[in-house]
Design a protein around this ligand. Structure first.
Ligand code: ATP
Ligand code: MG
Length: 405
């Protein structure tokens, strides 16, 4: 069947009270953005539904893209008709016919938001049900778990018929909860942390620390590729490269080995904090999971977190590795994450980092560095790019510092 519209249902947004309009507008904007290459598409939204008029666009691709947009509970390809009862009967029969094979059962589920309509829901169910029975031999009606369920919605704007309801990604529209800065390594955890934060409506920008020549361009590319995968949920993501070689070399020179990891993390967090301020973010997100490695104990968190009072969101903090891997597979970042490229943190990692670093000592050792100057120098050399879903090395646009600001 050549559907002419897609109907989107919001779910959790329906409970947003006064802010509902803002959420819906954000969602419309995100949907338009995800489908930017379909010029003929018309997107409109009211209080409880969004309508996408296809105007000939390929519904299969449109449906696939909608699946990863946060803020959508479910959606259906629909036939929208004028309020013409004969036409409604005809299309209903055609829809059932298309899905029917021997032995299958069906049901009509009518809803009426327009109470002026001449038939009530029971009458519509009966009218359309008997029309199907008249036209399709041997088909049976079944109220519980029918094989074919035709949903009929009578609304002011028209009559909507659908036979399929596709589960959406849930969550809240990205951007409706403000912006956060994701610390993105090339590992398994941080992309999953980014995904979970976006799911609750936070727009993210990704910050990646690298230390050439100790880390290769391929490890930088891996972080960009991961960003491109995450962009499937939003369309595009700002990616910020942080040159970290100078600071890591200084730490190696000045800080006792047992504390180099803690001080490195403190410096990463200080820089991320500066970037957050500059980019008007409200939070920092990382992929720490409690107890996974030395830097992810509660003692370490106290010693590292000391440098900022900005909220740090750790979406995977209480998840087991297997649970994180399951999600990484679902969002298709896992295969990329397990490619064996070095991370700046592991290259300089001490063989025995402290799992219980002392806060005072961490501060004292860090003070051996010229913190302000090192940070300023790093901030002057950030590289910004904007990464779209499906981007590859060849077509990524990379501009030197602040081109996007
Ligand atoms: P991941 O799987 O995300 O790499 P991990 O288990 O390997 O995490 P660590 O290497 O200790 O853990 O890193 C903890 C967190 O610190 C990461 O999840 C990420 O948020 C941040 N991080 C680590 N390395 C980098 C980096 N090179 N650039 C930006 N953030 C980083
Ligand atoms: Mg890692």
């Amino acid at each position: 069947m050549q559907y002419n519209e897609v109907m989107v249902r919001y779910g959790e947004l329906s409970t947003k009270g006064k802010n509902k309009k803002k959420f819906i507008n954000k969602l419309i904007q995100n949907v338009k953005f995800a489908l930017y290459d379909f010029e003929q598409l018309e997107v409109t939204g009211d209080r409880d539904r969004m309508h996408l008029k296809l105007n000939g666009a390929d519904s299969a691709i449109v449906l696939e893209r909608l699946e990863s947009i946060f803020g959508i509970q479910n959606f259906s390809p629909v036939m929208r008709l004028e309020r013409d009862i004969e036409k409604m009967k005809k299309i209903t029969v055609e829809m059932v016919q298309e899905l029917y094979t021997e032995g299958k059962s069906f049901k009509i589920t009518a809803r009426r938001s327009d109470h002026e309509f001449s038939l009530d829901t029971d009458q519509i169910n009966h009218l359309l049900g008997s029309e199907v029975l008249k036209n399709i031999e041997d088909i049976k009606v079944k109220m519980k778990n029918p094989d074919i369920n035709i949903r009929v919605e009578i609304r002011n704007e028209g009559i909507f018929l659908s036979s399929e309801t596709i589960l959406g990604a849930g969550g809240l529209p990205v951007g409706s909860s403000g912006k956060g800065i994701l610390m993105l390594s090339g590992g398994i955890d941080s992309p999953v942390a980014g995904y979970l934060t976006m799911k609750r409506g936070v727009e993210i920008e990704a910050v990646h620390f690298h230390s050439p020549p100790y880390t290769s361009t391929r490890s930088l590319q891996k972080a960009k590729d991961l960003t491109s995968k995450m962009a499937a949920f939003v369309g595009n993501i700002v990616f910020i490269e942080v040159p970290f070689t100078e600071i890591q070399e200084e730490i190696k020179k000045c800080v006792p080995e047992g504390y180099s990891m803690t001080v490195t993390r403190r410096m990463m967090l200080r820089i991320t904090e500066k970037i957050r301020e500059k980019q008007n973010g409200l939070a920092i997100i990382n992929g720490e999971s409690l107890g996974q490695v030395a830097s992810q104990t509660l003692h370490s968190m106290i010693a590292i977190n000391d440098v900022t009072v900005t909220p740090i969101i750790r979406p995977v903090v209480s998840m087991d590795k297997n649970e994180i891997i399951d999600l990484a597979q679902k969002i298709e970042t896992f295969e990329l994450s397990i490619q064996p490229f070095e991370d700046c943190c592991t290259i300089f990692a001490p063989t025995t980092p402290k799992t219980r670093p002392d806060l005072e000592k961490s501060r004292r050792y860090e003070a051996r560095l010229n913190i302000e100057e090192l940070i300023q120098h790093t901030m002057d050399n950030l590289v910004y790019s904007e990464i779209k879903v499906g981007d590859t090395l060849e077509n990524q646009q990379t501009d030197k510092y602040s081109s996007l600001l």
